[in-house]
Structure formats: structure tokens, C-alpha cells
Design a protein around this ligand. Structure first.
Ligand code: SAH
Length: 513
């Protein structure tokens, strides 16, 4: 009896791109979405694994220098084995599979074993690093050619397979891969074979990632400069006059928050938009949710109020979550926005207003001061005596609105629409960054984000861990909570919106300290 499976699998060699997870191809993502097995590299961004189905088998084939050949044979064997099992296998490789990626060898092994394969190219490190450091690899005024060269054979080989004469003459751009430990000897070879010592050189480490690091110099001095700061792999070395264009064309690593590590403490389902704004300015964002939003123990109080919504004069909503939960319950009761009838709607600020508009309702009132006090001030200008107000709120909301409206003679109902609870634990990456003191800034967007972090870490540890970390608070009330817990607030915008907070963080890191 034959051991052959009834169907063979398929192995996709997929280029993951150089680091930025947005640089994988559509085809690459489609392969990942279908994968049953993913064999991924040290250089492939792990975030890409999120495209794979939850039940896919993920195998790390990390190779960090050293035992390359042995590892490579093991990887080849693994791909053949999984292919034989009839699996859809994605071999996810950093950059492009066929540029210094040993993709050729893997395909040879598959071909010999009769396992079908497909190849999906990727953005190779040279192209990614060049684009994200503002260095066009060719330019009509400087050079018409570019060579990708391994930098790895330089030091020990007595006979080089590289044609150093041709590489050194003329003005073609040269990009070395794997050439940091051998940087000095590679630069010396180019000099010896005739390149000008004044030729500009750039080293680009972790190109396209938020941690990208670029060091520039000349053929004569780049090795000294790299040594002086202990420049480490993985990096490409770009040699040529085009490197000079970076002075004008840098766009990625000169963004205002580039490389700043910022901890965002919002609830996980609210953090995305804020994190995106910070990341867009170059920050390395670590999400560290200190709040989890959960349903109230009972919907009954809110449901009862919603059933009688027609009898209210005002509906007051003070958070996007409140809005979502209110309309969710409205729908659950078989109702829609028409149930509000003549009930007017107040939103605490522009974000809440936007969320309300998404349900087809234009808020009648948005205070200019986006907090409870602002809402109270606006109602203070109206005749509220005897008015019926519905205020669906968070379980731990401040009492400002109910208290003040009652004083104005309004009849207010404030059923709980959602509860803020503390998550079970902090994400390990966030905790690690705090412990290692690599965090530049921490953001608090409500008092509960501060309180919960203090409770999860302990107040003393909180103060200790945040020494030297810029504390950014959304507004006066959150800042007060910070101070009560022993923190010094460094950043507070005049207006309590995420946009203004982001701008203020930018200003803080841009102004000379
Ligand atoms: N197949 C990969 C290259 C693998 S060889 C590709 O096409 O990019 C490994 C070398 O690639 C590293 O030593 C380094 O020189 C380069 N490299 C890979 N990712 C890089 C990155 N994000 N930034 C700079 N260099 C990178």
C-alpha cells in the first residue's frame, strides 16, 4: 500500500515585505487567510500572522545568524512534510522570497519532492529601506543603475565572488544586504577598487518599521561612525550619490513623534482611533487597556426608560459608548430613532455628536466646553424646571450632571448603560516597556484609566515606573486624578478631544526641553 496522501498540499512562498505590515501584497494576505500552516521568519513582521485563521498552525523558523545551513535543511524538510500532509502552507519570508531569502533553495526542495508551490513576491529590504529613508535608488542626475549585493562574504573569503572592480567603478548605487558586521571591509574594498572616499553612504536598520534607524556618512568614515554608536544588524548599506537626496526627501523618520514610545491606556475597543493618530505621526504605540467595558448587571432600568422615551424632554449622552449602548437597547426593544419623537438630544462633545448622527439624529445641543460642567452650563441657560431628562451613563460616572440638573428643578433618570471594569491584567509588552524604562509618554483619557492603572500596579510602583515618562492627560479632571495619585502632568490640551491631545503631545516632544 502506498503512503501517498489522496491529495497534495500547496506551499506558498510569500514575501512579507520589510517590516511595515502594510507592505505585504494583496495576494500575500489572501494566501495567509487560507493558510493551515504558516512557517515564518525572524524578519517577517509577526503582526501579519493575524491574517491567518485562528486555528492555523504557526511555526517560527527564526534564524538569527549562525547555524544557517542546518536550519535551512530543517525548514526545507518541514515544508515538504507539511505539503505531503496535504496542507495549505504559507512560508512567510521577510522582504522578497527570491532576494537573499533562500527561497530558491526551498523551491528546489519542494520541486524535488513533487510538492506544488507558488511564489508571491514582496517588497525587498533595499526598496523598503530606500523609500522610507528618502533615498531614490536611481535618479537621472546621479545614477542609472543599482546593484543588490551580499555583504556577507567580505571578511573571510580569500577569493571573492563579487566583481569589486565593476561595482566600484562608475556611479551605480550599491545596496549591501547582511553587511553590518563586515561593513569596514566592504567599504575598504570599494575604496581600493576606485570609488571616491567622499561617496555618501547610508545604513538603514529595521527599514520601514517605527524603529527605523538611519546613519549617514561617507565611504571613508561610515565604518567609524557605525562602530562609535554600536550600529547593529539587520540593516542595508546604501552607497552612492543618491544618498545625498535624503536631506531633502526624508519623510518617514522626521515626523514629529517618530520613534517615541507612547502607552495608550484607553479601553481596547476605543483605543484604535487614537493609536492611529499617534502612529500616523511616527509614534510607536503600545496599547495598554486599563478599562474593560461590560454590560450592566441588568438592562431593565435603561429598557424601562427607553420604553417611555417619548415622555422625556431631553436625552443627554456623554460618551460614544453611551450612544452605542442606548441605540443598541432601542433596537433590542424593536424600536428605532423615531421613538425619540420630540425629545431633544444633548451630546457632550463632537465625537459623541458624530456617533449620534450615525443613527440619523442631529443633536440639538453640544456645549463648547466638552465635559459635564459644559453640559450643565448650557442647561443653565434654559428653563429646566420640571423638564424630564434621561441620562444613560457609565456605572462610575461623576454625579455632576444629575446633581446640577436636579438643582435646576429637572427630573432626571440616570440608568446605567455600561460598566467600566478593570481588566484582569496588563499586556506583557506594555509592562515590559514600563519596567525597562523605554516609554516616552503615557496617555490618560479619563480618570478611570488613571485609577485602574494605579490599582493594577499599586500607587508606589505607578509613580516609580512613570518617573521620566511624560504624562499626557485629556483634561482638567483627569489631570486632577493624576496629581492625587502622585503624578506630574506634563501635557494637557486646552480642549478635551483626542485630536487636541495628540497635537499637544506633538508640541511637547517638538519643543526644546
Ligand atoms: N529576503 C529578504 C532579505 C533577507 S537577507 C529581503 O528581500 O529583504 C537578510 C538581510 O536583509 C539583513 O541582513 C538585512 O541586510 C536585510 N534586511 C531585511 N529586513 C530589513 C529591514 N527591515 N531593514 C533593513 N535591512 C533589512
Amino acid at each position: 500500500m502506498s503512503n501517498a496522501p489522496c491529495h497534495t498540499g500547496m506551499v506558498y512562498l510569500v514575501g512579507a515585505g520589510p517590516g511595515d505590515p502594510g507592505l505585504i501584497t494583496l495576494k500575500g494576505v489572501e494566501c495567509l487567510q487560507r493558510a493551515q500552516v504558516v512557517v515564518y521568519d525572524y524578519l517577517a513582521n509577526e503582526q501579519l500572522l493575524a491574517h491567518a485563521p485562528d486555528d492555523a498552525e504557526l511555526i517560527y523558523a527564526g534564524k538569527i545568524g549562525g547555524r544557517h545551513n542546518q536550519d535551512q535543511e530543517e525548514i526545507n524538510r518541514l515544508l515538504v512534510e507539511k505539503g505531503r500532509e496535504g496542507k495549505v502552507v504559507v512560508r512567510l519570508k521577510g522582504g522578497d522570497p527570491f532576494v537573499f531569502g533562500r527561497g530558491g533553495e526551498e523551491c528546489e526542495a519542494l520541486s524535488e519532492a513533487g510538492i506544488p508551490f507558488r511564489i508571491v513576491p514582496g517588497v525587498t529590504a533595499a526598496l523598503g529601506a530606500a523609500a522610507y529613508s528618502g533615498i531614490p535608488l536611481t535618479h537621472r542626475n546621479f545614477t542609472t543603475s543599482v546593484a543588490f549585493v551580499t555583504g556577507h562574504e567580505g571578511k573571510d573569503k580569500s577569493e571573492s565572488a563579487i566583481d569589486w572592480d565593476r561595482l566600484s567603478l562608475g556611479n551605480g548605487t550599491v545596496v549591501f544586504y547582511m553587511g553590518i558586521t563586515t561593513l569596514r571591509s566592504n567599504m575598504e574594498r570599494l575604496l581600493r577598487h576606485g570609488r571616491s572616499p567622499r561617496t555618501p553612504v547610508a545604513l538603514v536598520r529595521w527599514g520601514t518599521a517605527p524603529t527605523q534607524q538611519v546613519l549617514t556618512g561617507t565611504l571613508a568614515d561610515i565604518a567609524d561612525r557605525a562602530e562609535a554608536i554600536g550600529f547593529k544588524p539587520p540593516a542595508v548599506t546604501i552607497v552612492g550619490e543618491v544618498v545625498g537626496l535624503r536631506d531633502k526627501l526624508a519623510w518617514f523618520d522626521n515626523r514629529p513623534l517618530f520613534g517615541r514610545k507612547i502607552l495608550v491606556t484607553r479601553a481596547a475597543d476605543q483605543a484604535g482611533e487614537f493609536a492611529a493618530m499617534l502612529a500616523d505621526r511616527g509614534a510607536v504605540v503600545l496599547e495598554c487597556p486599563t478599562i474593560k467595558l461590560v454590560d450592566p448587571e441588568s438592562w431593565e432600568p435603561l429598557d424601562a426608560a427607553i420604553r417611555g422615551i417619548g415622555g422625556y424632554d431631553w436625552l443627554v449622552l456623554t460618551s460614544v459608548n453611551g450612544v452605542r449602548r442606548f441605540f443598541q437597547r432601542l433596537a433590542a426593544l424593536g424600536l428605532d430613532a423615531r421613538a425619540l419623537g420630540t425629545c431633544r438630544v444633548c451630546a457632550v462633545g463632537p465625537k459623541t455628536a458624530e456617533a449620534i448622527r450615525a443613527f440619523g439624529i442631529s443633536p440639538d445641543l453640544v456645549p463648547s466646553d466638552y465635559k459635564a460642567e459644559g453640559v450643565v452650563a448650557e442647561f443653565g441657560k434654559l428653563a429646566m424646571s420640571g423638564a424630564r431628562v434621561l441620562f444613560p451613563r457609565a456605572d462610575k460616572a461623576r454625579e455632576v450632571i444629575p446633581c446640577e440638573l436636579k438643582r435646576m428643578g429637572a427630573r432626571i433618570d440616570s440608568p446605567v448603560a455600561y460598566c467600566n471594569v478593570m481588566p484582569d491584567r496588563l499586556p506583557p509588552e506594555a509592562l515590559f516597556a514600563l519596567e525597562k524604562r523605554t516609554v516616552d509618554c503615557i496617555t490618560f483619557t479619563s480618570s478611570s484609566t488613571v485609577h485602574n492603572l494605579a490599582r493594577m500596579l499599586g500607587s508606589d510602583l505607578l509613580v516609580d515606573m512613570l518617573k521620566g515618562v511624560a504624562v499626557a492627560s485629556i483634561g482638567a479632571i483627569t489631570s486632577k486624578t493624576c496629581r492625587e495619585l502622585g503624578l506630574k502632568v506634563d501635557i494637557e490640551p486646552a480642549r478635551s478631544t483626542l485630536e487636541c491631545l495628540t497635537e499637544e503631545i506633538e508640541r511637547h516632544f517638538h519643543s526644546p526641553r
